[in-house]
Structure formats: C-alpha cells, structure tokens
Design a protein around this ligand. Structure first.
Ligand code: UTP
Length: 292
C-alpha cells in the first residue's frame, strides 16, 4: 500500500514567536518568498502525497484563507512564469487540502488524533512544518520509498549532541541497514543520563492507521500534553517501527534564530537572494575595514 495522505499539525501555540503568534499563525511567516507552511506542502507534494490534512486551531482561520487565495493567485497564469516561484510544487498539483480542528492545544499526539476520520484505515505521513529539511531528495519521499520495503511505521531521526537530548524524543535504536534502525523504544525529553541514544526524532513520520488506537490511550506526558512519541511507544509493544537517519540538514524554523539560519541556507540555492546577500556582505566588510 502506498502513502497518499499526509497530516500537517499546525495547531500549536507558537510560544517561541510570542507575542505576534497571539494575532497571526507562525505558519504564515514567510521564509524567503512563501510561508513556512507552504514549504511543508511542497515537500509533501514532491513525495507524491495527494491528500493533505491540516490540523489547525480556531484562532488560525488565516491558514485556511491562505489556501483559498492560493489557487486564485495562480488563475490564468502560466506555471513556467518565474513570478510564480512562490507556488512551488503546488502550481501543477492535482491533490486536495482539507482542514480539521484541534480545539485546545493538547499536544502533537492529540493533534494527529484529530485527523483520524480524514485519514481512515490507511498508513499516512505526518510532517511538522517547524522542521525544514534541506537535502537532495525530499526526506519524506525517501521515507515513502522505505515504507515499501519495511511496511511498518517510520520515524525520521538525526544525531544530536548529548547535551541536547533532553529537548527531543529519543529512540532506542538497533541498526538494520546503513541508515535504518529498528526502534526498540522511545522516550520524550529524557535527562541525558537516561537517554538510550543520541538519535533524536525529527518531524517526519509514516504511521500505520493503528496509531490512532494507541493515541486514544496515551496519557498526558511531557509538558502535560499528549505526545506522539508516547503513542508510538505504546504502539511498539505490538507493532514494529523503524527509524531513518536522513541525509541533509534540518532547520528548526519554529524560532527566530532557526528561521534566520534557514533563510540563509535557502538563499544559497537562489541566485536572486544571493545577489542581495553578497552585496550586503561586501558593504559590511568594507565598513568593518574602515572601523579597524
Ligand atoms: P511544537 O511544540 O514544536 O510547536 O509542536 P508549537 O507548540 O507551535 O510552538 P512552541 O513550542 O510553543 O514555540 C510541534 C508541531 O506540533 C503542532 C505545532 O503546530 C507544530 O507544528 N502542535 C503542537 C499541534 O498541532 N497541536 C498541539 O497541541 C501542539
């Protein structure tokens, strides 16, 4: 069975961007020429997803409006027009985007559970828009291909420094292939001494529909929220899950510094932005030369 559907949870509070997230969803902040959410949509489309379910909160009506305006912005315009770069993969996509609501921000696991009806009885992808992964092949696409081989749940992971393991969900790994591990356990935000490895869960997942059953039973954990990691932990008692250590660099764009770094990394792929950056750097080094 192939992966056709993806859930993109967008109902978090965005506290790292307060106070503006009180009035505007962080998912609509532009990263170069398009909102953060649109980068996640592009990765889903490039991974052959044809149904995207956005989990939003009642305060984030603007997200829905963005996707209503998007097709209007494309109407009557040729898709090879460079002015349409903002549309990305979306401009020639024939799929659908639907919305479900998470009324209270009870955690990522709870947000995914809100998509149960929209997903039904098939395996599906989850993408967190806060994690931008720059790599040669889209990470989710590689995971969709790995799903064909392992036919089990999959989690993207990356090595983090030991001092930072407490910020992440961490897996207990057993290597099975060059970049693939069997997951023997997961723990959300462990203290360093109790972390089973330095492999941290990053926001790309493929889940069997059974995960919903386990999320229903998951009790609030770290931060008093229903964590997807804990739901996966329960599922592991009955189902195999594998982890994929992806190629490429992940940027946490859910905070201002990470967003700045991601802007520079993305600009490096786009001449029009590099021209601006290079002329700024010339000016900057000339000024520093004068003052030294
Ligand atoms: P985060 O906790 O990293 O993001 O959740 P956040 O809550 O939006 O931001 P901070 O930490 O307060 O700054 C990871 C992902 O899960 C979604 C978020 O929208 C984000 O995409 N999420 C989180 C939900 O949809 N619902 C929740 O209750 C919690």
């Amino acid at each position: 069975m192939t992966i056709r559907k993806a859930v993109i949870p967008c109902a978090g509070l965005g506290t790292r961007f307060l106070p503006f997230t009180k009035v505007m969803p962080k998912e609509l902040v532009p990263l170069l020429d398009k909102p953060l959410i649109h980068h996640a949509i592009d990765e889903a489309i490039a991974s052959d997803i044809d149904e995207i379910v956005l989990v939003t909160s009642p305060e984030k009506e603007a997200l829905r409006r963005y996707f209503e305006e998007l097709p209007k912005g494309l109407e009557g315009r040729s898709t090879d027009n460079p002015d349409l770069a903002f549309a990305g993969e979306y401009s020639s996509w024939g799929g659908t985007i639907s919305f479900v609501e998470q009324r209270e921000p009870n955690g990522l696991g709870h947000a995914v559970l809100m998509a149960e009806e929209a997903i039904g009885l098939e395996p599906f992808a989850v993408l967190l828009p806060d994690d931008l992964i720059l790599s040669t092949s889209p990470t989710l696409k590689v995971m969709v291909e790995l799903f064909e081989v392992y036919k089990s749940g999959l989690i993207a992971v990356e090595k983090v420094s030991w001092e930072k393991v407490g910020n992440y969900g961490i897996i207990d790994p057993e290597p099975v292939d060059e970049k693939v591990y069997r997951v023997n356990g997961v723990v959300e935000k462990p203290v360093e001494a109790q972390a089973p490895s330095d492999l941290a869960i990053v926001g790309r997942y493929i889940m069997p529909p059974e995960i919903f059953r386990f999320l229903e039973k998951t009790r609030p954990g770290a931060r008093g929220e229903i964590q997807l990691t804990d739901g996966i932990g329960l599922m592991l008692e009955q189902f195999s899950v594998f982890a994929y250590r992806f190629d490429g660099i992940r940027h946490d764009i859910g905070n201002p510094i990470g967003l700045f770094g991601a802007s520079l990394a993305l600009a490096d792929r786009r001449q029009i932005y590099m021209d601006v950056l290079n002329s700024f750097l010339d000016e900057f080094s000339a000024k520093r030369g004068m003052s030294s």
